[in-house]
Design a protein around this ligand. Structure first.
Ligand code: MG
Length: 203
């Protein structure tokens, strides 16, 4: 499986990163070794001193798809959860400065914790969903799918023009504003609406 991630999909987050609001989705990938499930602990890596949380809506691909039309895109994902696109912001800043790829900052082991899957059939209005992240019980990020620059269906269609989608692939759809550092001993909890789907303790 592969993890496809979207960068800068909320105007306010692009602004906080001092980045331009994109006219096309910004895409990058994480390998399967980045995926972390079952609410495991996250072990703070020794190569960074500034790991940031980015809470995101995450889609689960349910069938093979290539150059999928946007109007049929909904058929290609069957579940949603929330995930954390954990980012070594110090390394990313160096990569950006030198115009280098982001993998070391974004795609390291366990950099993509995801929560429990909710079937799309149980989701009332995918265009108006809330997500949030609490750090030690305090809300640090919250957002709505209504504020996505590129919708879920548009992203599935767009991504599938470049990368064939396979069953089990996962799409991280971008983070709203409010990204910030995590520290050892933090408890991170992520919510889809009111429902807590993901918990991880930072070690
Ligand atoms: Mg992200």
């Amino acid at each position: 499986m592969k993890i496809i991630c979207v960068g800068r999909n909320y105007a306010k987050h692009a602004k906080e990163m001092k980045s331009e609001v994109p006219t096309e989705p910004v895409l990058f990938m994480k390998p399967s070794t980045a995926l972390m499930i079952n609410n495991k602990d996250f072990w703070y890596p020794d190569f960074s001193n500034n790991i940031h949380h980015e809470v995101e809506f995450v889609l689960r691909i349910c069938q093979h798809g290539r150059s999928v039309q946007e109007k049929y895109a909904w058929k290609y994902y069957d579940a949603m959860t929330v995930g954390l696109d954990l980012t070594a912001r110090d390394i990313q800043a160096k990569c950006k400065q030198k115009g280098l790829p982001w993998e070391k900052a974004k795609a390291f082991d366990n950099s993509a914790p995801i929560g429990k899957w909710i079937p799309m059939a149980e989701i009332q209005d995918p265009k108006n969903l809330k997500l949030s992240l609490k750090r030690n019980g305090e809300v640090v990020q919250s957002g709505s799918s209504a504020d996505l620059i590129f919708s879920f269906n548009f992203l599935v269609s767009y991504i599938s023009r470049y990368f064939t989608l396979n069953k089990g692939d996962v799409i991280f759809t971008g983070t709203p504003e409010g990204v910030g550092p995590i520290e050892r001993d933090d408890l991170l909890t992520a919510y889809l609406g009111e429902e807590k789907l993901l918990t991880t303790r930072v070690r």
